[in-house]
Design a protein around this ligand. Structure first.
Ligand code: CDP
Length: 213
């Protein structure tokens, strides 16, 4: 089995997770949702009654993160989103999480999704995809997801939060959200899940050379 490293980045609720999970299963590679790392660090900081934008507190939580923290059931939703984006702009947090991500990919290869996988975490990845969709489409998908989980939220508020988080992720000084120069951009605004996955498979088929990893 090839030990490819595949980086799937993009803005909030663009469908990266669904595509990454499917691609990992298709290729027989482990999958890591790196957003969970930032979400879990944000939660740890909140548990301790500290502020996610307090660099000291956030860095300490990142150093103390345990794999079981990633299985918490309260890592999604508006409060967790905001805490994740706040701790994600702290350099000490990003440094502490880098080893975990490298180790995850080092053994058998992996598919990882996030914001900076292709630019910072694995700049030499075998394949880099940058998944985008209009803010309206992304907000609608996130709203459906929340509704299915029984969380009642105002659609306009979901769109506002998504736009605010994108702006924060793109403007931060460290590892900002942007496509790597060699990433392939896929716009899923007009694509359903299967069509988006078909587009990913087509690019993977062109770019991943058997026996290259
Ligand atoms: O699922 P969604 O796209 O809404 O978010 P996520 O991928 O779980 O990421 C949550 C937050 O963590 C993002 O808004 C980023 O601030 C941060 N993050 C990051 O900075 N770098 C990553 N590789 C992954 C997430």
């Amino acid at each position: 089995m090839a030990r490819w490293i595949i980086a799937i980045d993009g803005p909030a609720a663009a469908g990266k997770g669904t595509l990454a999970r499917r691609l990992a299963a298709h290729l027989g590679l482990p999958y890591l949702d790196t957003g969970l790392l930032y979400r879990a660090v944000g939660r740890l900081v909140l548990d301790r009654g500290e502020s996610p934008s307090d660099a000291e507190a956030a860095s300490r939580a990142a150093r103390e993160l345990r794999p079981t923290d990633l299985a918490r059931s309260d890592l999604r939703g508006p409060e967790a989103d905001a805490a994740a984006a706040a701790v994600a702009s702290v350099p000490g947090v990003r440094a502490a999480l880098l080893n975990f991500q490298h180790d995850f990919g080092a053994g058998q290869g992996a598919v990882l999704d996030g914001r900076d996988i292709g630019t910072v975490v694995f700049p030499a990845a075998d394949l880099k995809l940058f998944i985008v969709a209009s803010p309206e489409a992304r907000a609608h998908r996130r709203w459906l997801e929340l509704r299915d989980r029984g969380v009642a939220v105002d659609p306009a508020e979901v769109e506002r939060d998504i736009r605010a988080r994108d702006a924060q992720d793109a403007a931060r000084a460290i590892a900002p959200l942007r496509p790597a120069d060699d990433a392939v951009v896929i716009d899923t605004t007009a694509l359903d899940r299967d069509a988006a996955f078909a587009a990913v498979l087509e690019i993977a088929g062109e770019r991943l050379v058997p026996g290259s990893a």
